[in-house]
Design a protein. Structure first.
Length: 117
């Protein structure tokens, strides 16, 4: 059974990023452009459950939006929203039976991601 998961690490502070709002979109879907999933990270920087799993994970292009500007502002970081506000990651699911883990490693000035398992 396939699944899509994520987590956020605050590389400036060296710890998980709690309370980061995340939106997930299926790119190319018709409609009003509303996210198919909207969630916040927990104290461990993870979502409480997979973003999608099983029959809900379809082949296609997806976009994750991580609202890091608000996170860094709430944490009192002096450089919050001076460069990054919302980090988009667009990726392809080509095997809906696979495990897709899309983490975000972020500071107020940079970010990185990779496909985990």
């Amino acid at each position: 059974m396939g699944k899509l998961t994520t987590h956020v690490l605050d590389t400036a502070r060296g710890k998980p990023a709690a309370n980061v709002r995340i939106e997930l979109y299926r790119v190319g879907d018709t409609g009003d452009g509303s996210p198919i999933v909207e969630v916040e990270t927990n104290h461990d920087g993870r979502t409480p459950a997979p973003l999608l799993e099983g029959d809900l994970l379809l082949p296609g292009v997806y976009r994750l939006l991580f609202h890091v500007g608000h996170y860094f502002s709430a944490a009192g970081h002096a450089d919050a929203r001076r460069f990054l506000d919302v980090v988009p990651i667009v990726f392809i699911v080509d095997d809906p039976a696979g495990a897709y883990h899309v983490p975000l490693l972020v500071s107020p000035w940079s970010y990185s991601t990779y496909r985990g398992s």
